[in-house]
Design a protein around this ligand. Structure first.
Ligand SMILES: NC(=O)c1ccc[n+]([C@@H]2O[C@H](COP(=O)([O-])OP(=O)(O)OC[C@H]3O[C@@H](n4cnc5c(N)ncnc54)[C@H](OP(=O)(O)O)[C@@H]3O)[C@@H](O)[C@H]2O)c1
Length: 210
Protein backbone atom coordinates (compact mmCIF):
# COMPACT_ATOMS: atom_id res chain seq x y z
CA UNK A 1 0.00 0.00 0.00
CA UNK A 2 0.99 3.65 -0.36
CA UNK A 3 0.62 5.19 3.10
CA UNK A 4 0.82 8.90 3.93
CA UNK A 5 1.40 9.78 7.57
CA UNK A 6 0.02 13.06 8.90
CA UNK A 7 1.63 13.56 12.30
CA UNK A 8 4.99 11.79 12.46
CA UNK A 9 5.28 11.96 16.24
CA UNK A 10 5.20 9.00 18.65
CA UNK A 11 2.37 7.14 16.91
CA UNK A 12 2.91 8.10 13.26
CA UNK A 13 6.64 7.42 13.27
CA UNK A 14 6.28 4.01 14.94
CA UNK A 15 3.51 2.85 12.58
CA UNK A 16 5.28 4.16 9.48
CA UNK A 17 8.53 2.39 10.37
CA UNK A 18 6.78 -0.93 10.87
CA UNK A 19 4.90 -0.66 7.57
CA UNK A 20 7.97 0.47 5.62
CA UNK A 21 9.84 -2.56 6.99
CA UNK A 22 6.93 -4.72 5.81
CA UNK A 23 7.38 -3.39 2.26
CA UNK A 24 4.68 -0.71 2.13
CA UNK A 25 5.56 2.66 0.58
CA UNK A 26 5.43 5.24 3.36
CA UNK A 27 5.61 9.03 3.28
CA UNK A 28 6.16 10.61 6.70
CA UNK A 29 5.19 14.26 6.97
CA UNK A 30 5.75 17.31 9.10
CA UNK A 31 4.92 20.99 8.84
CA UNK A 32 8.72 21.32 9.15
CA UNK A 33 9.95 18.41 7.01
CA UNK A 34 13.63 19.05 7.82
CA UNK A 35 12.81 17.75 11.34
CA UNK A 36 12.03 14.27 10.04
CA UNK A 37 14.90 13.61 7.62
CA UNK A 38 16.49 11.29 10.19
CA UNK A 39 13.19 9.48 10.74
CA UNK A 40 12.75 8.79 7.03
CA UNK A 41 16.40 7.69 6.74
CA UNK A 42 16.11 5.37 9.75
CA UNK A 43 13.10 3.62 8.18
CA UNK A 44 13.35 1.09 5.37
CA UNK A 45 14.38 2.28 1.88
CA UNK A 46 10.79 2.60 0.69
CA UNK A 47 10.11 5.52 3.07
CA UNK A 48 10.25 9.20 2.15
CA UNK A 49 9.16 12.45 3.76
CA UNK A 50 7.39 15.68 2.89
CA UNK A 51 4.75 18.18 3.92
CA UNK A 52 1.37 16.96 5.27
CA UNK A 53 -0.39 17.95 2.03
CA UNK A 54 2.16 15.93 0.05
CA UNK A 55 1.62 12.87 2.26
CA UNK A 56 -2.13 13.30 1.78
CA UNK A 57 -1.71 13.19 -2.01
CA UNK A 58 0.82 10.33 -1.85
CA UNK A 59 -1.17 7.82 0.18
CA UNK A 60 -4.07 5.59 -0.72
CA UNK A 61 -4.21 5.18 3.05
CA UNK A 62 -3.70 8.26 5.23
CA UNK A 63 -2.87 8.02 8.92
CA UNK A 64 -4.05 10.90 11.11
CA UNK A 65 -1.94 10.97 14.27
CA UNK A 66 -1.99 14.57 15.50
CA UNK A 67 -3.23 15.97 18.83
CA UNK A 68 -7.03 16.33 18.95
CA UNK A 69 -6.69 20.12 19.18
CA UNK A 70 -5.00 20.07 15.74
CA UNK A 71 -7.16 17.49 13.96
CA UNK A 72 -9.44 19.90 12.11
CA UNK A 73 -6.51 22.17 11.08
CA UNK A 74 -4.47 19.19 9.90
CA UNK A 75 -7.35 17.77 7.85
CA UNK A 76 -8.21 21.13 6.30
CA UNK A 77 -4.61 21.80 5.28
CA UNK A 78 -4.19 18.26 3.93
CA UNK A 79 -6.61 19.02 1.09
CA UNK A 80 -9.12 16.60 -0.37
CA UNK A 81 -9.05 13.04 0.99
CA UNK A 82 -12.00 12.01 -1.18
CA UNK A 83 -12.00 8.25 -1.75
CA UNK A 84 -8.97 7.65 0.49
CA UNK A 85 -8.87 5.50 3.58
CA UNK A 86 -8.28 7.65 6.65
CA UNK A 87 -7.00 5.84 9.74
CA UNK A 88 -7.93 7.96 12.73
CA UNK A 89 -5.63 7.26 15.70
CA UNK A 90 -6.74 10.24 17.76
CA UNK A 91 -7.80 10.24 21.37
CA UNK A 92 -9.72 13.48 21.99
CA UNK A 93 -8.23 14.20 25.40
CA UNK A 94 -8.99 17.36 27.34
CA UNK A 95 -5.88 19.55 27.60
CA UNK A 96 -5.38 18.52 31.26
CA UNK A 97 -5.96 14.79 30.43
CA UNK A 98 -8.91 14.74 32.84
CA UNK A 99 -11.33 13.16 30.35
CA UNK A 100 -12.57 13.18 26.78
CA UNK A 101 -13.23 16.56 25.17
CA UNK A 102 -16.09 15.27 22.98
CA UNK A 103 -18.21 13.49 25.60
CA UNK A 104 -19.93 10.20 24.77
CA UNK A 105 -22.50 11.16 22.13
CA UNK A 106 -19.90 11.59 19.38
CA UNK A 107 -16.21 10.77 18.90
CA UNK A 108 -13.08 12.25 17.37
CA UNK A 109 -13.42 9.78 14.50
CA UNK A 110 -16.97 10.89 13.68
CA UNK A 111 -16.05 14.57 13.97
CA UNK A 112 -12.98 14.05 11.75
CA UNK A 113 -15.15 12.24 9.19
CA UNK A 114 -17.31 15.38 8.91
CA UNK A 115 -14.19 17.42 8.02
CA UNK A 116 -12.55 14.85 5.72
CA UNK A 117 -15.48 14.70 3.33
CA UNK A 118 -15.57 11.60 1.13
CA UNK A 119 -12.81 9.81 3.07
CA UNK A 120 -13.44 6.28 4.34
CA UNK A 121 -12.64 6.76 7.99
CA UNK A 122 -11.51 3.81 10.09
CA UNK A 123 -10.70 4.22 13.78
CA UNK A 124 -7.64 2.18 14.76
CA UNK A 125 -4.48 2.12 16.90
CA UNK A 126 -5.94 4.49 19.52
CA UNK A 127 -6.00 1.87 22.31
CA UNK A 128 -2.34 0.87 21.92
CA UNK A 129 0.49 2.89 23.44
CA UNK A 130 3.03 4.28 20.97
CA UNK A 131 5.91 2.92 23.05
CA UNK A 132 4.61 -0.58 22.35
CA UNK A 133 4.38 0.19 18.62
CA UNK A 134 7.94 1.54 18.70
CA UNK A 135 9.37 -1.42 20.60
CA UNK A 136 10.99 -4.39 18.89
CA UNK A 137 7.93 -6.61 19.26
CA UNK A 138 4.27 -6.25 20.12
CA UNK A 139 4.19 -9.67 21.84
CA UNK A 140 3.51 -10.22 25.55
CA UNK A 141 5.02 -13.68 25.88
CA UNK A 142 3.02 -15.80 23.41
CA UNK A 143 0.14 -13.32 23.30
CA UNK A 144 -0.41 -10.52 20.82
CA UNK A 145 -2.52 -7.51 21.89
CA UNK A 146 -5.86 -6.81 20.24
CA UNK A 147 -6.03 -4.04 17.68
CA UNK A 148 -9.64 -2.85 17.74
CA UNK A 149 -10.92 -0.97 14.72
CA UNK A 150 -14.28 0.35 13.51
CA UNK A 151 -15.68 2.07 10.45
CA UNK A 152 -18.54 2.16 7.97
CA UNK A 153 -16.80 0.97 4.78
CA UNK A 154 -16.24 -2.80 4.64
CA UNK A 155 -13.51 -2.69 1.95
CA UNK A 156 -11.59 0.01 3.82
CA UNK A 157 -11.86 -1.98 7.05
CA UNK A 158 -10.47 -5.11 5.35
CA UNK A 159 -7.39 -3.13 4.24
CA UNK A 160 -6.92 -1.60 7.70
CA UNK A 161 -7.33 -5.03 9.28
CA UNK A 162 -4.39 -6.27 7.18
CA UNK A 163 -2.34 -3.21 8.17
CA UNK A 164 -3.12 -3.87 11.85
CA UNK A 165 -2.00 -7.49 11.44
CA UNK A 166 1.21 -6.24 9.80
CA UNK A 167 2.03 -4.42 13.05
CA UNK A 168 1.75 -7.62 15.09
CA UNK A 169 -1.61 -6.80 16.68
CA UNK A 170 -4.60 -9.11 16.38
CA UNK A 171 -7.30 -7.13 14.50
CA UNK A 172 -10.84 -7.17 15.89
CA UNK A 173 -13.68 -5.44 14.01
CA UNK A 174 -15.66 -3.43 16.59
CA UNK A 175 -18.41 -2.44 14.14
CA UNK A 176 -19.46 0.88 12.59
CA UNK A 177 -17.61 4.16 13.02
CA UNK A 178 -20.03 5.13 15.79
CA UNK A 179 -18.29 2.50 17.95
CA UNK A 180 -15.39 4.95 18.21
CA UNK A 181 -17.58 6.31 21.03
CA UNK A 182 -16.53 3.16 22.89
CA UNK A 183 -12.96 2.76 21.59
CA UNK A 184 -11.95 6.29 22.60
CA UNK A 185 -13.11 5.90 26.24
CA UNK A 186 -11.37 2.50 26.24
CA UNK A 187 -8.13 4.29 25.38
CA UNK A 188 -8.83 6.74 28.19
CA UNK A 189 -9.07 3.77 30.58
CA UNK A 190 -5.63 2.61 29.38
CA UNK A 191 -4.18 6.11 29.86
CA UNK A 192 -5.63 6.27 33.37
CA UNK A 193 -4.25 2.81 34.22
CA UNK A 194 -0.85 3.80 32.88
CA UNK A 195 -0.52 7.15 34.61
CA UNK A 196 -3.01 7.56 37.49
CA UNK A 197 -2.89 3.90 38.54
CA UNK A 198 0.85 3.91 37.84
CA UNK A 199 0.95 0.72 35.77
CA UNK A 200 3.13 2.40 33.14
CA UNK A 201 2.69 2.21 29.38
CA UNK A 202 3.99 -1.35 28.92
CA UNK A 203 0.42 -2.63 29.03
CA UNK A 204 -2.03 -3.66 26.29
CA UNK A 205 -5.54 -4.99 25.74
CA UNK A 206 -6.41 -8.55 24.69
CA UNK A 207 -9.96 -9.74 23.91
CA UNK A 208 -10.54 -13.29 25.15
CA UNK A 209 -13.12 -15.53 23.46
CA UNK A 210 -14.19 -19.15 23.98
N1 LIG B 1 1.24 8.52 22.31
C1 LIG B 1 0.48 7.41 22.39
O1 LIG B 1 0.84 6.42 23.06
C2 LIG B 1 -0.82 7.36 21.64
C3 LIG B 1 -1.44 6.10 21.48
C4 LIG B 1 -2.62 6.03 20.73
C5 LIG B 1 -3.18 7.19 20.20
N2 LIG B 1 -2.57 8.40 20.41
C6 LIG B 1 -3.17 9.58 19.78
O2 LIG B 1 -2.45 9.80 18.56
C7 LIG B 1 -2.30 11.20 18.31
C8 LIG B 1 -0.82 11.52 18.17
O3 LIG B 1 -0.17 11.24 19.39
P1 LIG B 1 1.42 11.32 19.47
O4 LIG B 1 1.79 10.89 20.84
O5 LIG B 1 2.03 10.65 18.31
O6 LIG B 1 1.63 12.90 19.34
P2 LIG B 1 2.99 13.68 19.06
O7 LIG B 1 4.17 12.83 19.33
O8 LIG B 1 2.87 14.98 19.76
O9 LIG B 1 2.95 13.93 17.48
C9 LIG B 1 1.94 14.68 16.91
C10 LIG B 1 2.43 15.18 15.56
O10 LIG B 1 1.35 15.92 14.98
C11 LIG B 1 1.92 16.85 14.10
N3 LIG B 1 1.01 17.97 13.98
C12 LIG B 1 0.53 18.77 14.97
N4 LIG B 1 -0.31 19.68 14.47
C13 LIG B 1 -0.38 19.45 13.13
C14 LIG B 1 -1.09 20.07 12.07
N5 LIG B 1 -1.91 21.11 12.27
N6 LIG B 1 -0.93 19.56 10.81
C15 LIG B 1 -0.11 18.51 10.59
N7 LIG B 1 0.61 17.89 11.55
C16 LIG B 1 0.46 18.36 12.81
C17 LIG B 1 3.26 17.27 14.71
O11 LIG B 1 4.17 17.34 13.64
P3 LIG B 1 4.96 18.69 13.20
O12 LIG B 1 4.93 19.64 14.35
O13 LIG B 1 6.32 18.17 12.88
O14 LIG B 1 4.21 19.16 11.98
C18 LIG B 1 3.62 16.09 15.63
O15 LIG B 1 4.76 15.39 15.21
C19 LIG B 1 -2.99 11.92 19.46
O16 LIG B 1 -4.28 12.29 19.07
C20 LIG B 1 -3.04 10.86 20.58
O17 LIG B 1 -4.17 11.04 21.41
C21 LIG B 1 -1.40 8.50 21.10
Amino acid sequence: MKIGIIGSGNVGSALGKIWAAKGHEVMFSSRHPEKIIDLAESAAKNACFGLPEEAAKFGDVIVLAVPWSQAENALKSAGSLEGKILIDCINPLKPDYSGLAVGFTTSAAEEDAKVAKGAKVVKAFNTTFAVLMASESRMFGDTSPTGFYCGDDAAAKAIVSDLIRDTGLDPIDAGPLEMARCLEPLAFLMIDLAFNQKMGTNIALRLLKR
